[in-house]
Design a protein around this ligand. Structure first.
Ligand code: G
Ligand code: G
Ligand code: MN
Ligand code: NA
Length: 253
């Protein structure tokens, strides 16, 4: 942890880097989302899973430092993309518990001033667990993010204390249906009806719906028929390192 802190503060932690997974917008081939996914290849332990990296960081009070590193790294990585492509992207960053504070929106706006991205291109992914930890504080944080033009996605929807009831009380913009909802959806009618109802309800609340974990053409066709707005999954692409992302974007646009 001491080493991780020193390296994070120096700006170039060994073995830490970001991958990017495409998120396709069903009705708009001219824009693309990408989800930022943390990777840590440790010199002696090999790959450490992102939740473990986050946990180590949070346990040692490094959640903020890691969060800042992620935002800076995203800005640096994406700055190297062609300027014709950049405005078409929206970039989704996962929030850890300590990043989700009242200081977040000012911090992000400040960091984005240096970069080629506008806050309007940023989506912050929040799990239900973090969002529901303190409901009224969450409302304040989310309101300040929205005022800065930043959008919010509720991540892993369906795995936690899912209730659509609180959704209308939280200023969120998107719902990410967890991949456990999507897998085998083409073989299970009840599953399909459930996803259909959730999608309709989310749309009634003015939310955009993202289907995660779409792995096959069959699953893709079904979620499009259901009316989801955006699709993410191995069917399109695994999380990509920056050079592969560059190639993917060149093929896309
Ligand atoms: O990409 P992968 O399957 O390894 O991610 C596993 C889990 O780790 C997912 O739940 C994902 O949301 C989480 N995760 C990946 N990158 C980040 C990150 O940068 N920050 C946070 N807080 N979580 C992340
Ligand atoms: O929890 P969160 O949704 O933030 O993390 C997304 C995780 O899902 C990442 O770890 C990513 O690698 C993984 N993922 C993305 N697409 C697929 C997919 O099509 N199938 C499976 N099994 N996992 C996926
Ligand atoms: Mn996510
Ligand atoms: Na998720």
């Amino acid at each position: 942890a001491t080493q991780l802190r020193a390296e994070l503060q120096a700006g170039s932690p060994a073995g830490l880097y970001l991958c990017y997974q495409p998120i396709h917008v069903v009705d708009d081939p001219h824009s693309l989302g990408i989800e930022v996914l943390l990777r840590w290849k440790h010199a002696s332990f090999g790959f450490v899973s992102p939740p473990e990296v986050i946990e180590i960081a949070e346990e040692h009070g490094l959640g903020d430092v890691l969060g800042d590193w992620i935002f800076r790294q995203v800005i640096m990585d994406l700055s190297s993309l062609p300027s014709s492509i950049l405005p078409r992207l929206s970039v989704a960053v996962n929030l850890s518990e300590s990043m989700f504070s009242l200081a977040l929106s000012d911090r992000v706006v400040q960091l984005f001033r240096q970069g080629p991205l506008r806050p309007q291109q940023l989506v912050l992914e929040l799990t239900e667990t973090i969002a529901l930890h303190d409901f009224s504080v969450s409302q304040q944080i989310l309101t300040s993010l929205r005022e800065a033009g930043i959008r919010i996605a509720l991540d892993d929807f369906g795995t936690g204390y899912s209730s659509l009831a609180y959704l209308k009380e939280l200023p969120v913009d998107k719902l990410k249906l967890d991949k456990s909802f999507i897998q085998q959806i083409h073989l299970d009618t009840r599953q399909l009806q459930l996803v259909q109802h959730i999608t309709e309800l989310a749309h009634d609340l003015g939310l955009t719906v993202v289907a995660e974990g779409v792995e096959s053409a069959a699953e893709r066709e079904i979620v499009i028929a259901i009316g989801v707005d955006e699709i993410q999954g191995y069917h399109y692409s695994r999380p990509l390192e920056l050079p592969q992302l560059r190639h993917y974007l060149q093929r896309c646009f």
